[in-house]
Every structure is written in C-alpha cells, then in structure tokens.
Design a protein around this ligand. Sequence first.
Ligand SMILES: Nc1nc2c(c(=O)[nH]1)N[C@H]1C(S)=C(S)[C@@H](COP(=O)(O)O)O[C@H]1N2
Ligand SMILES: [Mo]
Length: 203
Amino acid sequence: MVGGFTRGFKGRGKNRDPRLPPGQYDTGKRWPTLTAEATPTLDTATWTFGIDGLVERPTTWTWDEIHALPPSTYSGAIHCVTTWSKFDMVFGGVSIDALLEAAGPLPSATHLLATCHTGYTTNLPLEDVTGGKAWVAWEVDGEPLPRAHGGPARLLVPHLYFWKSAKWVSGLTLLDHDEPGFWERNGYHDRGDPWLEQRYQGD
Ligand SMILES: Nc1nc2c(c(=O)[nH]1)N[C@H]1C(S)=C(S)[C@@H](COP(=O)(O)O)O[C@H]1N2
Ligand SMILES: [Mo]
C-alpha cells in the first residue's frame, strides 16, 4: 500500500512529487558521489576558510573560529545535474550571510568564485549566496560530513544544481564580474537553476 503510493507519487503528471524539479528522479536513501579530483584528506588543525577580493576586511577563519559563529542548518533537497535529487537532507554549518557580514562586501562586488583546497572552482552571483540561501556545511544528519562528500567542510547552495556546492571549499573571492569556474568553463550552465533546467550552456 505504502509502496504503491510512493511509486505513484514518483510518477508523471499530477502524481509527480512536487519537490522534484523537471527531469530529476528521487535517489531515495542513496547519495551518489561525484568528484572530478582525488578525494583529499584535510586536517582540521590546519584547515582554513577565507573571504577575499572586493571586501572591506579580507578574513580567514580557522576550524575553531568558524565553529564559534552562530550555527545554521539547512533541511531540504539537493539536486544534481546528472538528474538525481535527494530529499530530507539536514546539513549543519554556518550561513554565508554571517561570513559576509564579517568580511563586508564592497558595493562593487556582484559575483564570487568559490575555491577549494583541491583546485576545483565554481562561480556564483552574490545574490545566490545571500539571504539564507547558502552555507559552509560540516555536518550532515548530525554527523561530521564524510570526506567523499566534501568533509571536513563544503559549500552548500541547495537551490542551484549541486555542482555549485563546492566540496573541500577553501574560500570565496568576491568580484565585480562573472568568472566561470571549472564546470562552467566545460559547458555547464553559468547559473544552474534546477527549476529552470539550466543544465548546460544555452539552456
Ligand atoms: N571540489 C569539488 N566539489 C564538487 C565537485 C567536484 O568534483 N570537486 N563536484 C560537484 C558536483 S558535479 C556535484 S553533483 C556535487 C556532488 O557532491 P556529492 O559527491 O557529495 O554528492 O559536488 C560538487 N562539488
Ligand atoms: Mo553534479
């Protein structure tokens, strides 16, 4: 009975789960891993996260310093461009708003490039990481974020396709222009809104 209902709910038309953006399927309990580079082992004793570029106060946080900021959580879905979505995720970390408040974006800042301890990059308009829409996350379901999923900490921008959620994130560089990151230079859409199916350039 429950199974039949679930199957129907995942279907097409009016039975389709309203949380599922177009062209996506529910991956259920499975959480696929997608990584372009080798999974690093990062020591939280030397880990840092920094905000630089067009800010009043370029700021770097250690692991302890970033944990001293007010905690913030995200509960909801994530959506990968390879068409899986995963519901009811609970991430813990700190809001990007809190970090930007400390660094003080200059009025000229419109975009940012997120950088990683591994070299991966992704670009975002500033407005896609402000107003409670983005986090540096180090917990999932109350446990430390697994290394394969970006632990010790990753960027989380769940309203956009998951390639924007840079794993092993090392910082944000604020810019007065848009500068494509790794996948964006390799044909992925510049913004990546799953509800608009902005998968590839030209979508
Ligand atoms: N550093 C880094 N971050 C990354 C990636 C990557 O290859 N390297 N892949 C992106 C892509 S395409 C996706 S779908 C998600 C996958 O995150 P997951 O492996 O935790 O599911 O991470 C994003 N962040
Ligand atoms: Mo992805």
